[in-house]
Design a protein around this ligand. Structure first.
Ligand code: PEP
Ligand code: MG
Length: 590
C-alpha cells in the first residue's frame, strides 16, 4: 500500500475494466474464517453429521433460490452456479467432511475447514491459472456451508438500496449475479483473480472491479470514499480533491472510448477495396459467448472444450457436455461455432487421468493422441457434439493432427458414434463441416492429402510456432525467441492457404497472432478466409482491417514471406504502417 497524504493507494488484479467512484459498503462475512476445533463423543457423531447435512441442505436451498431468481441477462451464468450446486455433493468436499467427522470424531466446522483447505492446496499446486481460479469455487461453496454451520449473518446484496461500491473478502458468482446494476457501481475484494468466475460475471455486467487485494476489507470502513480503477487494478481510499478530479476525467474518457469502440464493433471488417474478412471469437467457457457477441464476432472460430474437463475431478458425462454445446450452438446461431475436441495434456494436464504424467508433455500424449488412446472418453464427447449439432450451426474440429492415420481413425469413430445414436433413437446431426487444426509441421507438409478428408483447416499458430521453431511456448527462458512472425511460420501459413485454394478447403487462423491488429496487413495479404481471436481484440482488429486495402496487403505479404528473419519482417511491417517515418534507403511501404 502506498500512502499519499490522507489517501491510500492499493494495487490488486484487474477483475473487470472501467472506473467508478463512490462510498464503500462492506459485505460482512465474519465467522467463516475463525472456527474452533472440539471433539465429539461417539454417541454424538450421528448428530454432528446431521448438523453438517442440514447446513449443506440449507446452503443448497439458498443457492437454488438465487438460480430461480436469476435475471434473464445473466442466464448464461447458470452453469457456473450449477457447478457450485454440484460441488455441494462432491465427494471431495461433502464425502470427505463426513468421513473426517466420523473418523476423527471432530466437529463439523473443523472437519469442513480441514477438508476444504486440503482441496484448495491440491488445486493451488497446479500451474494452470484456470484451475487455480477454481480454488475460488471451492472456497465459496465451503464458506456458504460454513455460514450455515456457524450461523453467520451476511448482507443480502439484492437488498442494498444505496449507490455504493461493494467491499468484500470475496463475492461468490451467486452474490455477483444478484447485484442490482442501478445501485452497485463496482466492487473490490480481498480474494480472486482474472480467471475467477466472479470476474467473468463482472466483465459481463461491465462493472469495474479490482480483486486479489489481500486485506482491503479490513482497511476500508463503511462510507469511506473509494476510487476503483478496474483497468489498472488500482483502488484509492479517501482520495484527495485533486485525485478525485483526475479520476472523474479519466472515467469520462474511458466511457467515451468504450462507447465509440463498441458502436463500431458491429461494422463488418471490409477493406477499402471492398473485401470482407470474416472475424470470429475464441472461447474457453460457454459464458464467454457474450463477449464474442458484444464485440461484434461473427461466430465462434474456436471453442476450446478442454476447460470443461479441467475444472473438475472426473470426466464430464455425455449429458453435461451435450447441454453445454447445445447452449452455445443455440446462442450463437445462425453464426457457426467450431467445437474443437479435447486438447488436453501438453500444458493442460488432467489431474484425474493417469496418462497425464509425462517427461515431455508438449510432445506427448496430447489432444487427438490422448483421445485415440481413450476411445471411451472420445466417444462420449463425439456423441455429445453430434447431438448438439442438431440445434445450431456446429462445425467439428480436431486438434494436433500430425498425419493421415489420425484423421481416418477419428472419422471412423465419428461414424461409429453416429451409428450408436441412430440405433438408440437419439436425435443428432451429421450434416456439419469437419476440419482439422494445422499446428504440427508434418500436417503442413501433408496438407494436400489431408485436404481430401476435411472441409476446412484452422491454423493454430500458437503451436505451429512452438513445433516449427522448437520453442516451448510456456518456457520463459526461450520466450524471447518465440515469434509467430518468423518467416518459416509465415511461409507455412502461405503453403496451407495455397493448398486450401487448390483443393477448395477453407483456411482459418485461430492462434494468438490473429488478436494483434498490427498483424492484419500480413494475414489479410496471405488471403486467409477467416480469423478467430480473443473476443476483446475484435473491435481493434476490425478497425484495422477497415483501413487496409486488400490488393496492397497482397503485394505486401509477398514481400514479407520472402524476408530472411523476424527482424526484417518487423521492419517491413513498420514501414507499411508508418511509411513517412522510414528514411531513404530503408524498406518502403507498398
Ligand atoms: C494454437 O495452437 O494456435 C491454438 C489456437 O490452440 P491452443 O492455443 O489451444 O493450443
Ligand atoms: Mg494448439
Amino acid at each position: 500500500m502506498v500512502q499519499k497524504g490522507l489517501e491510500s493507494i492499493l494495487q490488486g488484479t484487474s477483475g473487470s475494466p472501467g472506473i467508478c467512484i463512490g462510498p464503500a459498503y462492506l459485505v460482512d462475512r465474519e465467522g467463516v474464517d475463525v472456527v474452533e476445533k472440539y471433539n465429539v463423543l461417539p454417541d454424538g457423531i450421528r448428530d454432528e453429521t446431521n448438523r453438517f447435512r442440514t447446513a449443506v441442505k440449507k446452503a443448497e436451498d439458498e443457492l437454488k433460490e438465487v438460480i430461480d431468481e436469476l435475471s434473464e441477462d445473466l442466464y448464461h451464468h447458470l452453469t457456473i452456479l450449477e457447478s457450485h450446486l454440484a460441488l455441494f455433493k462432491d465427494k471431495m468436499l461433502y464425502g470427505r467432511t463426513i468421513e473426517a467427522i466420523e473418523g476423527e470424531r471432530i466437529n463439523a466446522e473443523w472437519a469442513l475447514k480441514k477438508v476444504s483447505t486440503r482441496a484448495k492446496e491440491m488445486f493451488q499446486n497446479i500451474a494452470d491459472p484456470y484451475l487455480q481460479g477454481r480454488v475460488d469455487d471451492i472456497v465459496q461453496v465451503s464458506d456458504r456451508i460454513m455460514m450455515n454451520l456457524v450461523g453467520a449473518v451476511t448482507v443480502n446484496i439484492a437488498n442494498i438500496d444505496k449507490r455504493v461500491v461493494l467491499v468484500a473478502k470475496d463475492l461468490t458468482p451467486a452474490d455477483t449475479s444478484r447485484i442490482q446494476l442501478e445501485r452497485i457501481k463496482g466492487f473490490v475484494t480481498d480474494r480472486g483473480g482474472k480467471t475467477s468466475h466472479t470476474s467473468i460475471i463482472a466483465r459481463t455486467l461491465e462493472l469495474p472491479s479490482v480483486m486479489g487485494l489481500g486485506n482491503v476489507s479490513s482497511l476500508i470502513k463503511n462510507d469511506d470514499i473509494i476510487i476503483v480503477d478496474g483497468t489498472q487494478g488500482v483502488v484509492i481510499i479517501d482520495p484527495s480533491d485533486e485525485t478525485l478530479a483526475e479520476y472523474e476525467e479519466k472515467k469520462l474518457r474511458y466511457e467515451a472510448r468504450r462507447a465509440n469502440v463498441k458502436r463500431r464493433s458491429k461494422i463488418p471488417a471490409t477493406t477499402t477495396d471492398g473485401v470482407t474478412l470474416k472475424l470470429m471469437g475464441n472461447i474457453e467457457l460457454a459464458e464467454e459467448i457474450v463477449s464474442v457477441m458484444d464485440y461484434g464476432g461473427e461466430g465462434i472460430g474456436l471453442f476450446r472444450t478442454e476447460f470443461q474437463y479441467l475444472s473438475r475431478s472426473h470426466f464430464p458425462t455425455e449429458e453435461e457436455l451435450y447441454e453445454q454445446y447445445r447452449e452455445v450452438a443455440e446462442l450463437i446461431f445462425p453464426e457457426p461455432v467450431v467445437i474443437r475436441t479435447l486438447d488436453i495434456n501438453g500444458d493442460k494436464a488432467l489431474i484425474y487421468a493417469k496418462e497425464s504424467d509425462e517427461e515431455n508433455p508438449a510432445l506427448g500424449l496430447r489432444a487427438i493422441r490422448f483421445c485415440l488412446q481413450r476411445p471411451d472418453v472420445f466417444m462420449t464427447q463425439l456423441r455429445a457434439i453430434l447431438r448438439a449439432a442438431a440445434f445450431g450451426n456446429v462445425r467439428l474440429m480436431f486438434p494436433m493432427i500430425s498425419g493421415l492415420e489420425e484423421v481416418l481413425e477419428t472419422k471412423k469413430l465419428l461414424k461409429e458414434a453416429a451409428a450408436q445414436l441412430e440405433a438408440e433413437g437419439i436425435p443428432y446431426s451429421e450434416a456439419f463441416e469437419m476440419g482439422i487444426m494445422i499446428e504440427v509441421p508434418s500436417a503442413v507438409v501433408m496438407a494436400e492429402r489431408l485436404a481430401e478428408e476435411v472441409d476446412f483447416f484452422s491454423i493454430g499458430t500458437n503451436d505451429l510456432t512452438q513445433y516449427t521453431l522448437a520453442i516451448d511456448r510456456g518456457n520463459r527462458k526461450v520466450a524471447h525467441l518465440y515469434n509467430s512472425l518468423h518467416p518459416a511460420v509465415l511461409r507455412m501459413i502461405k503453403q496451407v492457404v495455397d493448398v486450401g485454394k487448390r483443393c477448395n478447403v477453407r483456411v482459418c487462423l485461430c492462434g494468438e497472432m490473429a488478436s494483434e491488429p498490427a498483424n492484419m496487413p500480413v494475414l489479410l495479404g496471405l488471403e486467409l478466409d477467416e480469423l478467430s481471436m480473443t473476443p476483446q481484440s475484435l473491435p481493434a482488429v476490425k478497425e484495422m482491417v477497415r483501413g487496409l486495402s486488400f490488393s496492397e496487403s497482397q503485394k505486401f505479404a509477398e514481400r514479407v514471406i520472402s524476408a530472411d528473419s523476424v527482424a526484417e519482417v518487423e521492419a517491413l511491417m513498420d514501414a507499411f504502417v508508418y511509411p513517412d517515418e522510414v528514411t531513404n534507403g530503408g524498406p518502403s511501404a507498398v
